[in-house]
Design a protein around this ligand. Sequence first.
Ligand code: OKP
Ligand code: ZN
Length: 343
Amino acid sequence: MLTVYSDAHQAHHAKQELIGGQFQPAFDTPQRAVNIIERVAEVGLGRIVTPEAHGTAPALRVHSSRFIEFLRTAWSEWHAKKGDSDAIPLIWPSRTLRDIEPRDIEGRLGYFCADAGTPITAGTWKMVQAGIDVACTAADALQRGDRAVFAATRPPGHHAGKELFLGYCYVNFAAVAAQRLIDQGNRRVAVLDVDYHHGNGTQEIFYDRSDVLFVSIHADTRDVFPFFLGHADETGTADGEGFNLNLPQALGTGWNSGYAQALQQALERIEAFRPDCLVVSLGVDTYELDPIGQLALRCEDYAEIGKSIRSLALPTCFVMEGGYMVDHVGINAVEVLRGYESA
Ligand code: OKP
Ligand code: ZN
């Protein structure tokens, strides 16, 4: 399996993250992606290539132009006013306020960002552009005939919506890849999201469409981030009615206590959709030892996930999402890919 990777992600390294009322080291570190690519090399998964430059056009297919422009320019605006500290919003247009884009950078940060855990730093845009390039280069390899390809992106992307960034995610790389596959002539694309967290951004982007099916297995969002989407009754709207499937899991769920069954249900829905190809949002924060996840998959379960996905016999683009047990993120992510290759 081909892997696409750029070390430009290292340009972004958040200084700290506010968790439980305390500043702690950020969970999305450059080391996560370094460990993943080193593991890909160690097991000899296949060739590793750097991405081709694609600019912002592919991101503009799934995000608004004012949003991408904001991400591209926010740091210089913030830096001019506030200096070197990470740009983090502190006020949001919550439910009873108005939907008005402010003029000042502080207000605009809250307008486009939904949480206080997704800072914009000097290197954020460089990292995000590299992620767009990686996702597109991977999708193009699939289109040229590769059976499977791994987009080794950092940071995750599946929380990012058309005009919203949160949860360490700025641009939705899985959505960029899925849309690119549609734009290149595939009639139906399925997105399977196995990250611990619900892919609220991917759901939002494709919610009213029947050409992209979104299926997600995640920790129940009544209990965990991102809270405000991801519930079982969200099935799609308008043309997209019936093309969104959420399979929330109770905290503590492991392979034999519900996960394998949910995966089977997800695969059956994808099969019935008869897609031309598949995008997998590959998060391994479902791991039993993950510091921010509360599901209970073990190392050996990841190869099983890969094997099960392979049974669909679809051209498959894996796009990296979460996984925060840093010394296991490479092992577990690559286990999925090896499981896929072995079946
Ligand atoms: C990104 B991805 C935990 C707070 C969690 C954000 C999590 C983002 C996860 N107490 N904050 O889906 O892996
Ligand atoms: Zn996650």
